[in-house]
Design a protein. Structure first.
Length: 471
């Protein structure tokens, strides 16, 4: 650290160079980067500088290394004139690089092995408080405040990004440290993380380490998930800010947390990646949170036209496979009326694949109430499936089914239903009529009145030859 401090003094500002206040030691001095990389590896309990499998002789640090380093960093300097001094080593590292210091300290909260090692230590860290993630957070916060006060009184000033980097540290540490922050402090973290991914100091040409919006969004979700001190107005303000900054995943999560599934879906439809995965999101939520299924299903059905435009096939599959188990079928069928293909598949899942979970009496009542509509849809969109369905289900309203089959000219099903009614004269008339139509089509194909269809002619000739050979 002493050698790094000497090198840092040489990082003077010249035209076109990064100023000292914007991480110049970290950016320009290799030894400074190696110092923070060493701390990072030790806090992760990984060998420095390479893994043991990649370089023989490398030694993996033990959990006690973490407590040794933390005692060194946070070792107090004592009091002067009744004022608490900042830990000298913390102050020196902070002057070298706020980015480097708070990044390595955040490893203790984000790395599972490091967090476990801190929790298992029996040492004390600050004011005789047992070492834990909570006490480590408070020690860091206290050390920063003392450093700022000491720098203001004695100089020189701390790097200008110290407070900003500490906000990132708060965001990373909060899910495990669970500090009790005031609403104003939470909003400060939220504002900084939303603006930080694109922050550039254009006046000085200073570009901080750019964090991705995805990283900021995930950290914000972790921060807000640990909060219960915000009121409704503050939650609404966070949602508004997330929407204005394009953090649609965060906005969706916040709406979902408050049971507003319709708005959560609307937010996901604003982002191209979230929109592509919206069906998987709905399916997972239905599986993970059955209590919210009715609200989510209703919100989905209200946006059915938008979801169909996203991907009609996936939307249909989701509704038929998932909603058939959890939804109110009458509500779903009502919303599916404008989409007959999807309505047919949904009824198929209930009537053919027997996805109904209600009692036997309710299943029979549902069957009786919807079977005619299913036959109607089959006649229009899948006529070849009408007869197999009728053969499997004998207890059908014959008159309504026969009327539908006749209206849509489903001949094989009509013949079967007429035979069941005993109207053999109508059966013969229907067969002969169908035969005459087929003969007329074949004659016109041979005569070429509607254009020569060689495929039809070839197929007809083969069938006639086959019949002749049998006779």
């Amino acid at each position: 650290v002493g050698e790094c401090g000497q090198l840092a003094k040489k990082c003077l500002t010249t035209d076109g160079e990064v100023p000292t206040s914007c991480e110049a030691p970290l950016l320009k001095c290799l030894l400074v980067r190696k110092l923070f990389f060493f701390l990072h590896r030790c806090f992760e309990l990984r060998a420095f500088p390479l893994e043991t499998k990649d370089a023989p002789g490398m030694v993996q640090p033990s959990p006690s290394a973490i407590s040794d380093l933390l005692r060194c960093i946070f070792k107090p300097a004592g009091e002067s004139s009744g004022l608490a001094k900042a830990p000298p080593m913390f102050m020196r590292l902070l002057r070298l690089s706020p980015l480097g210091l708070f990044n390595v300290l955040s490893v203790l909260f984000t790395s599972p092995s490091a967090s476990r090692a801190v929790q298992e230590q029996a040492d004390t860290l600050l004011a005789e408080e047992p070492m834990s993630l909570g006490s480590l957070f408070r020690a860091t916060e206290s050390a920063l405040q003392n450093s700022k006060q000491q720098a203001a009184e004695e100089g020189p000033a701390l790097p200008q990004n110290a407070d900003q980097e500490f906000l990132w540290f708060i965001a990373r540490s909060m899910p495990r440290a669970k500090p009790k922050l005031q609403p104003g402090e939470v909003m400060k973290v939220v504002d900084h993380l939303m603006a930080a991914p694109s922050s550039v100091d254009s006046e000085r040409g200073c570009r901080f380490r750019q964090r991705s919006p995805e990283e900021a969004e995930q950290l914000l979700i972790g921060v807000l998930a640990a909060q219960d001190s915000l009121d409704k107005a503050q939650w609404d303000a966070v949602i508004d800010k997330a929407s204005r900054h394009g953090f649609w995943g965060l906005a969706s999560w916040l709406h979902e947390r408050h049971g507003e599934y319709g708005r959560a879906l609307d937010c996901r439809l604003q982002d191209s990646e979230l929109k592509d995965a919206i069906f998987e999101y709905i399916i997972l939520k239905l599986a993970d949170d059955p209590a919210a299924s009715s609200a989510l299903v209703e919100a989905t059905l209200q946006r059915l036209n938008v979801l169909v435009a996203v991907d009609a096939e996936r939307c249909s599959l989701m509704i038929c496979e998932q909603f058939a188990v959890v939804a109110s079928h009458s509500s779903v069928l009502e919303r599916l009326r404008p989409y007959p293909q999807m309505e047919m598949r949904y009824l198929e899942a209930l009537l053919v694949r027997r996805r109904l979970t209600s009692q036997v009496e309710d299943r029979q009542a549902f069957f009786n109430a919807n079977v005619v509509r299913y036959i109607d849809l089959l006649c229009q969109h899948s006529p070849a499936a009408v007869l197999p369905f009728i053969l499997e289900n004998e207890a059908l309203p014959l008159r309504e089914c026969l009327e539908l089959c006749s209206r849509y000219s489903v001949i094989d099903a009509s013949v079967h239903l007429l035979e069941r009614t005993g109207d053999f004269a109508s059966v013969l008339e229907l067969v002969l009529s169908d035969y005459r139509v087929a003969i007329d089509k074949l004659r016109m194909s041979f005569c070429g009145k509607e254009g020569l269809d060689r495929v039809v002619i070839s197929r007809a000739v083969k069938r006639l030859l086959a019949v002749g050979q049998v006779q």
